[in-house]
Ligand binder design. Structure first.
Ligand code: NOJ
Length: 562
């Protein structure tokens, strides 16, 4: 099979199915709901969907805990609904990238249920089972911590051993060192590819290979606050070998794409994962720019805009001609970018959202739009713990709730950083429940839905929606598409605290991208090497004006072709 690397001409829309659209009134989004909204996506102009997990799952982590890889979650519908959905996508020229969650399963997966029965069960070695330490083995086998808080091990009474879970207790880690596990993964990937899937977003794929000593013991990690043990499982010992095998045995036989979720990945590592010659993954999501407003992934700090630009620029330059970037500001684990990267936008929500869109979509790579980003959905003001739904947040709350002064700190962190911001229902209209469901929604919609919604966006020719539509068209089908796709990247104003300015150059042609990230007027001086050049406006969120030294208005963004 010839692989066409179609992702280099893709704009991907991420759907978090639980919150997208409910077709049957049970308050939970579903697959028929997605099918019902495909014409909307077609109108937006995206040509691929990344669907967060829709497999059978008891929902300890909203589907990222899978109990059957070959079936659909009851609340989302049936495999037949899924087949109808993918057919309807393909009919509209929209590809489908599924989430592939194979670092762990649910503890309700048949493999795990078998594995916990006895030490000699044939599935025992599908997971990491170890004796505990200390008297009676009642202390976890090592000091690794789970991303959901506390130790990464859970004691199980049946066999008096512990199993590893780098995420929630209900998400036991698969033992990829067992060849049978790797074969199972190959088989299930093949199962979906044969059903017509176009690719996979590979969940926490950089964690799949853990350090295990020859005597079977799993060493302690270095002591540090927060996550412990990651130097033992992040880009672990056999990861490149396992991904290469998956590619050779399965992926390479289909014209599909992969994007690996790769928290903590450096440029050097990213190049190893995505170098075409090494045949592993096509692209990765790095997280570096997501760390510009927080310490240790959770503790909020002031947004460092200069660092943000530096990181994005560094990735643009380093991957140029070698690999392909993934461009994103939002997903289901991140707060909304409006406000987060723009400061308080007041009555300039539309201008700010359009400016952010330009700043990202003019870069090289695969742009991702997270559901609702195209209408400028914003972060929620959570007032009470009972408003939160994310199990990760609720686990943290359980740990701190007895310490009175921690409660307001917890709420402040959730309001800045919580994963729930992106998970409230998609805002379709000003009707009850934002038009998301006719029943009782599983998650209360954002209070601003009467004003921020799809219906309103489709009526307003100046909406954020139509601006995204224009940006997508520029990338996929315009006379500057080649520059956006293939042009090299150079930055200007690197130390400016207000402006993000870069060029994309292809031969003699250039795009100059100017973005004012601030809610105030900012003076812009044309860089010396571009002064006096003939320039035509390609897109702007205000009105067209000639390229010259000028005062940019709040969040003004302009792209010139030079
Ligand atoms: C990353 C996913 O994006 C997140 O939502 C999930 O909780 C973890 N992986 C565990 O699967």
């Amino acid at each position: 099979m010839k692989r066409t690397h179609w992702y280099k001409n893709a704009v991907i829309y991420q759907i978090y199915p639980r919150s997208f659209y409910d077709s049957n009134g049970d308050g939970i989004g579903d697959l028929k709901g997605i099918t019902a909204k495909l014409d909307y996506l077609k109108e937006l102009g995206v040509n691929c969907v990344w669907l967060s997990p829709c497999y059978k799952s008891p929902n300890a982590d909203n589907g990222y805990d899978i109990s059957d890889y070959r079936d659909i979650m009851d609340e989302f519908g049936t495999l037949d609904d899924w087949k109808e959905m993918i057919k309807a996508m393909h009919e509209r020229g929209i590809k489908l990238v599924m989430d592939l969650v194979v670092n762990h399963t649910s503890d309700e997966h048949e493999w795990f249920k078998e594995s916990r029965k006895s030490k000699d069960n044939p599935y025992r070695d599908y997971y990491f089972w170890r004796k505990g330490r200390g008297k009676n083995g009642k202390k976890a086998p090592n000091n690794w911590t789970s991303r959901f808080g506390g130790t990464a091990w859970q004691y199980d009474e049946a066999t008096k051993e512990w199993y590893m879970h780098l995420w929630a207790v209900k998400q036991p880690d698969l033992n990829w060192h067992n060849p049978k596990v790797r074969q199972e993964v190959h088989d299930l990937v093949k199962f979906w590819l044969d059903l017509g899937v176009d690719g996979f977003r590979c969940d926490v794929i950089t964690y799949i290979s853990k350090v295990v000593r020859s005597d079977g013991s799993i060493p302690d990690g270095k002591w540090k606050p927060g996550i412990r043990g990651d130097e033992m499982f992040l880009h672990g010992p056999h990861i490149h070998e396992y991904l290469h095998d998956l590619n050779k045995e399965v992926l390479s036989k289909y014209d599909c794409m992969t994007v690996g979720e790769a928290a903590g990945v450096t440029i050097e590592e990213a190049l190893l994962y995505t170098d075409e010659k090494r045949e592993e993954l096509d692209t990765v999501f790095h997280f570096e720019h997501m760390g510009c407003d927080m310490f240790m992934e959770v503790i909020p700090k002031k947004f460092d805009f200069v660092k943000f630009k530096k990181i994005l620029g560094k990735w643009q330059k380093a991957l140029f001609d070698k690999s392909w970037n993934s461009l994103y500001y939002e997903n289901h684990d991140q707060p909304r970018s409006l406000g987060r990267f723009t400061g308080k936008f007041g009555d300039k929500r539309k201008e700010a959202a359009k400016m952010l869109a330009i700043s990202l979509h003019m870069q090289q790579g695969v742009p991702y739009i997270y559901q609702g980003q195209e209408i400028g959905m914003t972060n929620v003001k959570f007032r009470k713990v009972s408003q939160l739904r994310d199990q990760l947040a609720l686990n943290i709350y359980d740990m701190i709730k007895k310490i009175p002064f921690m409660k307001p700190i917890f709420m402040a962190i959730m309001n800045r950083r919580g994963r729930d911001h992106g998970r409230v229902p998609m805002q379709w209209s000003a009707e009850k429940n934002a038009g998301f469901t006719s029943g009782t929604p599983w998650f209360e919609p954002h209070e601003n839905y009467t004003e921020v919604n799809v219906e309103e966006s489709l009526k307003d020719p100046n909406s954020i929606f139509y601006f995204y539509q224009k940006l997508i068209k520029l990338r996929l089908d315009s006379d500057v598409s080649d520059i956006i796709r293939d042009g090299s990247y150079d930055s200007y104003y690197d130390n400016s605290k207000d402006l993000f300015v870069y060029t994309r150059t292809l031969g003699e042609r250039k795009l100059l991208v100017i973005c004012n990230f601030k809610n105030k007027d900012v003076y812009f001086e044309v860089p010396k090497n571009l002064k006096g050049k003939e320039a035509k406006v390609v897109i702007t969120n205000y009105d067209e004006k000639p390229l010259k030294d000028m005062l940019l208005r709040p969040y003004e963004a302009i792209v010139y072709e030079i």
